[in-house]
Design a protein around this ligand. Structure first.
Ligand SMILES: *Cc1c(COP(=O)(O)O)cnc(C)c1O
Length: 405
């Protein structure tokens, strides 16, 4: 039987609460009745006869033809993500950046205009400022929290806007509802990279966003095993823009990675809740340390946009950034003195990881761009994992202690 025409095993899956969707959403069992999601590790599909092949290619008969277009394990991941986000559809990609690039490029053409916030993940910044302009797509950068700048930048030819909230690594928030309203007034689509919030903590669609993008590499896998991404949208956007772009340019997600991400989703809510608990505890302790300057955490009352965080996010997230007085030297000395926390550029992992953005993820920015993105030389970004928070706090405090020597 064809997987697309099979009756939905759970036609009421849209009524399930989020945790149930994370565990069971989109699951399609094969005729063997396996408990866990099946891994269809294949590139192609065979047909009963030549007529069936013709019908599949013409689109008269639903069904798989090639794993670049679709694969049953990848479909389960796309359906689970769409169900979680509340969109009609999703299209998976081989990495978060492939998803970001596709979400933008599939709908843009020469002469279009894009507005984006300045505080972006390094590679997102590169796409917006370096790649899009090469194709005659003009881009304007704004300070995301400043609504006047969005208002001034939007024009009739603005095709879409793109931003992250909270941003990486300065954890600056953007009011999704207010900015979406402005964008829709000029007919622009709102594309949000929701990686830092995860689907568990923030639902951009509820605030007016049109398209949501994830790197599955981060919290969705959350255990450092594989890359992946997904673009979530309504059916028209997928049919008109996304699907033709993805099928023919080929940034497909491997079925194996889709399977890993499906297993990751089952524990996403539990992991994120526990990581938020620990991050809150650590932010409190960091705020008391004399060697630490600014502490940026949307879940703490000291964050300049705490009220917006409370409205828009369920909790403050699993990342805290902070400044060490003494700039790069102090940041390096502190990081090198850590014993438990690893130095790495990933985030959302079960292992706690620390990054010095100015010399790694945000190295390509000019010094002026770094300043406007909030990336100072003393800034470190801590992604809090699943270790016992007391062990993490002990490690952070002993490393801060080493700065005094
Ligand atoms: C990591 C990340 C990406 C890119 O994801 P990859 O899976 O590494 O390609 C995009 N946006 C944000 C905010 C990220 O943190």
């Amino acid at each position: 039987m064809d997987i697309h025409t099979e009756p939905e095993p759970h036609h009421h899956e849209r009524l399930w609460r989020p945790q149930t969707r994370l565990v069971r959403g989109g699951t399609r069992r094969s005729l063997h009745g396996e408990t866990s999601e099946a891994l269809y590790l294949n590139s192609g599909f065979v047909y009963d006869d030549a007529e069936q092949a013709e019908a599949r290619f013409k689109g008269d008969q639903p069904g798989y033809v090639y794993s670049r277009y679709g694969n049953p394990t990848v479909t389960m991941f796309e359906r689970r993500m769409a169900l979680l986000e509340g969109t009609a559809t999703g299209f998976a990609a081989g990495s978060g950046m492939a998803a970001v690039f596709a979400a933008l490029m599939c709908q843009l053409r020469t002469g279009d205009h894009v507005v984006s916030s300045r505080a972006l993940f390094g590679s997102c910044f590169y796409i917006v400022t370096q790649i899009l302009p090469r194709y005659g797509i003009e881009t304007t950068l704004v300070d995301g929290p400043d609504l006047d700048q969005w208002r001034a930048a939007l024009r009739p030819e603005t095709r879409c806007i793109f931003f992250e909230t909270p941003s990486n690594p300065s954890l600056e928030l953007i009011d999704i509802a207010a900015v979406s309203e402005l964008a829709h007034e000029v007919g622009a689509k709102v594309v949000i990279d929701n990686v830092f919030s995860t689907p568990v903590l923030q639902r951009p669609l509820e605030w007016g966003a049109d398209i949501v993008v994830y790197s599955g590499t981060k919290h969705i896998d959350g255990q450092g095993r594989c890359l992946g991404g997904v673009v979530l949208s309504d059916a028209a956007f997928r049919a008109d823009h996304l699907e033709p772009f993805m099928r023919h340019t080929g940034p497909a997600l491997s079925p194996f990675n889709a399977w890993v991400l499906l297993k990751g989703l089952e524990t996403l809510d539990l992991r994120v809740a526990r990581q938020c608990d620990s991050t809150e505890e650590i932010a409190e302790i960091l705020l008391e340390q004399p060697a630490v300057g600014r502490v940026l955490y949307p879940g703490h009352g000291s964050h300049p946009q705490y009220r917006l965080a409370q409205r828009q996010m369920r909790r403050g997230g699993t990342v805290v950034s902070f400044d060490l007085a003494g700039g790069k030297d102090a940041a390096f000395k502190f990081m090198n003195a850590l014993d438990l926390v690893d130095i790495s550029n990933n985030l959302g992992d079960s292992k706690s990881l620390i990054t010095h953005p100015a010399t790694t993820t945000h190295r390509m920015l000019t010094p002026a761009e770094r300043v406007s993105a909030g990336v100072t030389d003393g800034l470190v970004r801590l992604s809090v994992g699943l270790e016992d928070p007391e062990d993490l706090i002990e490690d952070l405090l002993q490393a801060l202690g080493s700065l005094a020597c």
